[in-house]
Design a protein around this ligand. Structure first.
Ligand SMILES: *[C@@H]1O[C@H](CO)[C@@H](O)[C@H](O)[C@H]1NC(C)=O
Ligand SMILES: *[C@@H]1O[C@H](CO)[C@@H](O)[C@H](O)[C@H]1NC(C)=O
Ligand SMILES: *[C@@H]1O[C@H](CO)[C@@H](O)[C@H](O)[C@H]1NC(C)=O
Ligand SMILES: *[C@@H]1O[C@H](CO)[C@@H](O)[C@H](O)[C@H]1NC(C)=O
Ligand SMILES: *[C@@H]1O[C@H](CO)[C@@H](O)[C@H](O)[C@H]1NC(C)=O
Length: 243
């Protein structure tokens, strides 16, 4: 009990200190007594700017469909001329898809798009810098990098990676293939069972045959006995001439 209590206290202390820091940072932002070292302290303790593609870092989509490449940012010390871009990692070389800067919080950016199928759908109201990629093809598969830097943080770079996997619209084909494989496997198993049954039946009959053979052996040994008897009789017969 004391352990869980201590854990709870530690947790609440932690969350309180974090919320205190957030409040403190907000006050720092609003006041013009900004001190670079204080900002740095904020950046180090609460993390400064953060960009994220959300809980899921990849998506599987069909060729020809349109996908959302999600990205959001958050900042403890606030943003000013936040620069961001989206890049596609084309086998090692980064290709810029779009770029913009957000002058201050809540001001919508003028996005310069350099890809014919990219559309910016983010909003500064929700710290959202997501894009849509229209009519995807198999060449679009790969890593998409959401990059941001905040001049307020001495231009530290931040980025998050989102992976796009393009699958064929003919996924049913794959299904039929698995069905074929499964039924083939089932057929093989059925065949094995049939073979085993046949084997069991054959073995059963063979055993019966063996029993018959044994019977034959027994009868033949009986014959032997009778032969012995006969021989005995013979000896008897032999004996009679002797006598
Ligand atoms: C997706 O790819 C398949 C095979 O390459 C093709 O047959 C199909 O037309 C494509 N779908 C679209 C919407 O482009
Ligand atoms: C991608 O890179 C690999 C090795 O790094 C190379 O073998 C391949 O040819 C490249 N593909 C293209 C399309 O450039
Ligand atoms: C996507 O494809 C549809 C139908 O092929 C076309 O009408 C549309 O203009 C395309 N959109 C983009 C952004 O290329
Ligand atoms: C960002 O905006 C897009 C388009 O409006 C929306 O679909 C998406 O859910 C938003 N993402 C977040 C994390 O709010
Ligand atoms: C940040 O990214 C830029 C490219 O946009 C690069 O030139 C610079 O070296 C990077 N800085 C750090 C500290 O990684």
């Amino acid at each position: 009990l004391s352990k869980s209590l201590a854990r709870f206290l530690g947790y609440s202390l932690e969350t309180q200190s974090v919320s205190f820091l957030h409040k403190f940072c907000r006050r720092l932002r609003s006041g013009d007594w900004l001190d670079q070292s204080m900002i740095l302290m904020c950046v180090w303790t609460v993390g400064g700017l953060e960009v994220s593609t959300g809980k899921v870092s990849s998506v599987e989509a069909m060729n020809g469909s349109t996908v959302l490449l999600p990205c959001t940012y958050s900042s403890c010390i606030g943003i000013e001329n936040l620069y961001f871009n989206w890049q596609y990692n084309d086998n090692g070389t980064l290709k810029k898809l779009c770029e913009a800067s957000i002058r201050m919080e809540g001001v919508e950016p003028k996005v310069h798009v350099t890809h014919e199928r990219v559309e910016f759908v983010g909003s500064s109201k929700t710290n959202n810098i997501s894009i849509l990629l229209w009519n995807i093809t198999f060449e679009d598969e790969g890593e998409y990098i959401c990059f941001a830097k905040n001049p307020k943080e001495k231009n530290r770079n931040h980025s998050a990676v989102f992976t796009l996997i393009v699958v064929d619209q003919m996924k049913e084909v794959d299904n039929t293939l698995t069905i074929i494989i499964v039924s083939a496997l089932g057929g093989v198993i059925g065949l094995v069972i049939i073979v085993m049954v046949i084997k069991a039946v054959v073995v059963h009959f063979l055993q019966k045959d063996d029993d018959k053979n044994k019977e034959c052996l027994v009868s033949s040994s009986g014959n032997d006995n009778t032969e012995n008897g006969l021989s005995g009789a013979k000896t008897d017969n032999k004996g009679t001439p002797k006598a």
